[in-house]
Design a protein around this ligand. Structure first.
Ligand code: ATP
Length: 601
């Protein structure tokens, strides 16, 4: 049994060059020309057209050598000068040649268009490059690992053209192959591929990608690239029971086999929107790693957490509301050895004080009026073996703090109304937006409990402090699956926003804006919700006021601007109210405040 990947490059080249050469011959025939494909040693594999011309170019001192010497297409000297003149764009008049690389990026041959075509040199170069590229794509697909093949590009319309990036990976997502166009889009040198998995390159496991394909069907799905950019993609999943095991006779591909072998890749894969293969479990990329979108403070937080991963050191996460404390806690759990055990979260601020105790510690049947008949084990016992996440720990009532401290010290929990203690093995992650030290001073939080919780304290930066907003915008939109992008002027405005609701607010703003814009569209100012624009206006007005130099002779538009700023201030920053008071539209306010101009700055 032999797959095409087991065939050597010249055999593959022989097979996959043929249709392209036939196409070229059809375009150029009758013009005193020749087209040929040679192997990496310059030995012709196929020749079409003027055989003598091809023979001279392919000879030991022939012009083809130049094309095999470097990575770029070259103009070829006229056949008579082939032996002595180095090829150069200005002297050339004998055709053009482009090197061909295999799926691993190794030089495996050259394609040449030969003939006197001095006036058409740029066209010949482009034609040689495109033809070589067509062959390279076939070689790539023929030797791709048998997991999936991905066609991706920042512009959906470019998928399926010669410009799109090709990536392929094994069924476990580890061995990844990417063609030159794909590497350029990923901003990676080929050598860096060895240290990547599919998930680390494209921000999704194969299972997640399969799900996105389903959701996006019939359109392209979206992926987040490493730099935070978004790519549209179409995926082909390999079908394990298809014809991929069909042997090539004797391992040698002959001319008679050309047709079948040439159709190989197309036969061996099937579109990934129907039946999907069994996909492997989530891959190498860690849950914590996926929260690192380029902000230095976040990277520091993640680096610290990685050091304590698996040690059961209690982690205390601080940060403003919506800054991602619970998401971080879940990532800590997913990257810990307890990942297959429960992650149990309880928000101490959202449960009535009277219920926290029974929720946390559980109760025996009939422990109190209204208790469930069979009692309840409580969240702490439910988290046994896994991670207990206590959100808003700063809001836990003092008497319960004492009970929690006892559980943490004794590692056992006693349900309400029970005399029996249950041993518990939990990793503890707590979060709060409060300053616990101040709480301790105010005697609202127990100092001894604080020292139990703060094995490692990490502070999540507020969104306005983060430097990775563009990457976050791309990631959130990608996760939302809308395929939308954010217009540069809107992104600039967002960078000025204070984001009181942090990542929660960001996601909500983008989700609504993406619906307004429509799938795959660019989110512009018009797509932002009115209340968000209202929030932005005072900040922009403040910036404008600060930059005003107070010159005595006010121009009309400056007076207008001042009037708007005062009215806005008088209405607490509410643009709608200010617009009503001034008798103008809210859009006029935005325009007069120069929000569009500022956005473009
Ligand atoms: N790293 C992230 N990338 C993108 N979105 C995120 C990220 N972290 C959180 N979010 C979004 O923000 C929302 C709020 O996150 P999370 O609940 O973790 O915040 P929190 O700090 O615990 O909030 P609170 O203090 O109100 O409990 C999430 O539901 C999610 O939509």
């Amino acid at each position: 049994m032999q797959h095409e990947s087991a065939m050597n490059s010249p055999s593959l080249l022989f097979v996959h060059a043929l249709p392209v050469l036939d196409l070229l011959q059809h375009q150029l025939c009758g013009k005193d020309m020749a087209v040929l494909v040679a192997d990496a040693q310059g030995q012709p594999l196929h020749v079409r057209g003027d055989a003598a011309l091809a023979q001279r170019a392919a000879g030991p001192d022939g012009a083809l050598r130049a094309a095999l010497a470097g990575p770029d297409p070259v103009c070829l000297p006229a056949p008579c000068a082939g032996a002595c003149a180095p090829p150069c764009q200005h002297e050339a008049s004998g055709g053009a040649a482009a090197p061909i690389v295999d799926g691993q990026g190794r030089l495996c041959g050259v394609l040449a268009i030969l003939g006197d075509c001095a006036s058409d040199q740029p066209c010949m170069l482009a034609l040689a490059r495109m033809s070589a590229n067509m062959i390279e794509r076939q070689l790539f697909l023929a030797s791709a690992p048998q997991g999936l093949t991905l066609h991706f590009h920042a512009r959906g319309a470019c998928i399926g053209t010669l410009q799109d990036g090709l990536a392929s990976c094994s069924a476990d997502g580890r061995a990844v192959m990417v063609n030159a166009a794909g590497l350029a889009q990923l901003g990676l040198p080929r050598a860096a591929l060895a240290s990547h998995t599919f998930a680390s390159l494209f921000g999704a496991t194969l299972a997640e990608l399969a799900e996105r394909c389903r959701m996006a069907a019939p359109g392209p799905a979206t992926l987040c690239l490493r730099d935070g950019g978004v790519a549209h993609c179409r995926v082909q999943f390999w079908d394990s029971c298809d014809t991929m095991d069909r042997p090539c006779a004797g391992g040698v591909v002959s001319g008679a086999d050309d047709d079948a072998a040439g159709a190989g890749p197309a036969r061996r894969v099937r579109a990934g929107l129907g039946r999907l293969p069994d996909l492997p479990p989530p891959l190498a990329e860690t849950a914590l790693g996926r929260l690192d979108t380029g902000d230095a403070r976040m990277a520091q937080v993640i680096a610290k957490l990685r050091k304590v991963a698996g040690t059961d050191i209690a982690v205390l996460i601080t940060g403003e509301t919506g800054s991602g404390k619970e998401w971080l806690a879940q990532a800590i759990h997913r990257d810990s050895p307890r990942a297959r055990q429960p992650f149990v979260a309880i928000n101490c601020a959202s449960i009535p004080e009277s219920l926290i105790e029974s929720e946390l510690f559980g109760y025996e049947e009939g422990a109190f009026t209204g208790a469930r008949r069979k009692g309840s084990p409580g969240k702490i016992a439910l988290a046994n073996g896994g991670t207990l996440f206590l959100d808003e720990i700063g809001d836990m009532p003092l008497p319960l703090q004492a009970r929690l401290l006892r559980v943490l010290q004794e590692r056992q929990v006693t349900p309400l109304g029970s005399a029996r203690s249950i041993p518990v093995d939990i990793a503890l992650v707590c979060a709060t937006h409060r300053n616990l030290r101040e709480q301790i001073e105010a005697r609202a939080f127990r100092e001894d409990l604080y020292y139990r919780l703060n094995g490692l304290v990490v502070k999540l930066p507020a969104l306005r402090e983060r430097t990775d907003l563009p990457a976050l915008l791309a990631r959130v939109l990608c996760e939302e699956g809308s395929g939308c992008t954010v217009a540069p002027d809107v992104a600039r405005l967002m960078e000025r926003h204070r984001w009181p609701g942090n990542l929660r607010q960001l996601r909500s703003v983008l989700r609504t804006a993406a619906v307004m814009a429509g799938p795959g569209q660019e989110i512009g100012l018009d797509h932002l919700a009115d209340d968000f624009m209202d929030d932005l206006a005072p900040a922009v007005a403040g910036t404008e006021a600060a930059s005003y130099d107070g010159a005595p002779a006010l121009a009309l538009d400056q007076m207008e601007l001042q009037m708007i700023q005062r009215t806005l201030a008088a209405h607490g920053g509410n643009t709608s109210a200010a617009a009503r008071a001034l008798g103008i539209s809210r859009n006029t306010i935005y325009r007069k405040l120069g929000m569009d101009r500022l956005a473009a700055a």
